[in-house]
Design a protein around this ligand. Structure first.
Ligand SMILES: [Cu+2]
Length: 115
């Protein structure tokens, strides 16, 4: 009887260590992606959205684009932590500015990356 209880205890410890621990380790190894929202003034239609997407692609950020919306005046981007550096915001903003739009992250500074 004692050995059966010992066996059951061992089994439950093994079952608990398996999947739950694996999940926690994976989450720690792969921190969450960074999502950034850029406000864009001047877009009026789908053509503007397509043009901005092209510029972002040309700047090497094609795979980071989540959405471009002329209705919301917003560009949403997502980056892996190692892809996002100090100068990333300005690279994005300059790519959008190159099409003649005003772009910024913080409305209190609408020209954060002067040429
Ligand atoms: Cu347009």
């Amino acid at each position: 009887m004692n050995s059966v209880i010992r066996l059951l205890t061992m089994l439950s410890v093994i079952a608990c260590l398996g999947p739950c621990c694996g999940k926690e380790v994976r989450a720690a190894d792969n921190p969450k992606e960074i999502t950034r929202t850029y406000q864009v003034e001047g877009m009026t239609c789908g053509g503007c959205e397509a043009g901005i997407k092209l510029s972002l692609k040309g700047a090497g950020f094609g795979k980071n684009v989540l959405s471009v919306s002329h209705e919301n005046g917003r560009v949403m981007m997502q980056f892996a932590p190692e892809e996002f550096g100090k100068d990333t915001d300005c690279k994005i903003i300059k790519a959008i500015q190159s099409r003649g739009y005003i772009a910024y992250v913080d409305a209190s500074n609408k020209n954060p990356c002067p040429k």
